[in-house]
Design a protein around this ligand. Structure first.
Ligand SMILES: [Zn+2]
Length: 244
């Protein structure tokens, strides 16, 4: 039987109104994966918990297992990523990263790799970072960590190494013989860029200098992959991003 009380280090992905004065918080935790928890009284003016369960907060939380949701009984803030609150453009990125994480992770398993990527991304938004490349790199890393990387090294259909186009529906590259109607032509440079974005740490995306056609192709591949292969449909918060 699981312990009644437990602790976890968490990132606040989402917060919703619950009842008169409570909040229902979606947390991505390092130890327990993603889950929802109740922050009792967090909407009261004098609540000590309110700031600690705000969006884009990194903290240590203590929970009591409730009947429906765990209840937050204690909280220590490690960092509040205030730039998201102070800058509407960054806020849009913050929402997008949270929504994407929330939708790609089922929540049943701990996923420390994704936890670390999101925490690093939140931190990098406080620097003069290339938001377009950071976003694409985050999308690819998240998909990779969740076990759904695009197949880039050879034709996804026949294994041929000379590949020329990407199929968003099949989630990988195709050779000229296997090419399907949805496939998009991809330059070799773009392919190399995508590989770098999957492999390099998020903090190094600023060192990459893609050409404008490569950025365009990258945006198309990434949006198509998320929409069709990962079946995420329209990600509402993506529509509000200025640079992508
Ligand atoms: Zn083929």
């Amino acid at each position: 039987m699981k312990e009644k009380l437990f602790k976890a280090e968490g990132l606040v992905l989402r917060t919703r109104v619950l009842g008169e004065a409570d909040r229902l918080i979606t947390l991505l935790t390092r130890e327990e994966g993603k889950f929802e928890a109740v922050a009792r009284g967090a909407r009261r003016v004098k609540s000590k918990l309110a700031a600690g369960v705000d969006l884009f907060t990194h903290g240590r939380y203590t929970f009591h297992r409730g009947k429906t949701w765990p209840i937050i009984t204690g909280q220590d803030t490690i960092e509040r990523f205030n730039w998201f609150r102070e800058n509407p453009d960054l806020y849009a990125y913050g929402l997008y990263f949270s929504e994407l994480t929330d939708r790609l992770i089922s929540g049943e398993e701990p996923c420390p790799e994704i936890f670390d990527h999101l925490l690093e991304a939140w931190s990098l938004f406080g620097e003069d970072v290339d938001r377009f490349l950071l976003s694409r790199s985050f999308e690819l890393k998240l998909a990779h960590a969740a076990g759904y990387s695009p197949h880039l090294v050879s034709c996804i259909n026949c294994g041929e190494h000379h590949v020329t186009a990407f199929s968003p529906r099949q989630g990988g590259m195709l050779c000229s013989r296997c090419r399907t109607a949805d496939a998009i032509n991809i330059d070799r440079g773009t392919l190399a860029l995508i590989r770098r974005l999957v492999e390099a740490p998020l903090s190094q995306v600023g060192l990459l200098r893609p050409l404008s056609n490569q950025k365009k192709e990258l945006a198309t591949v990434s949006a198509g992959f998320l929409t069709y292969y990962l079946d995420l449909g329209e990600i509402k918060s993506r529509l509000f991003l200025k640079d992508s």
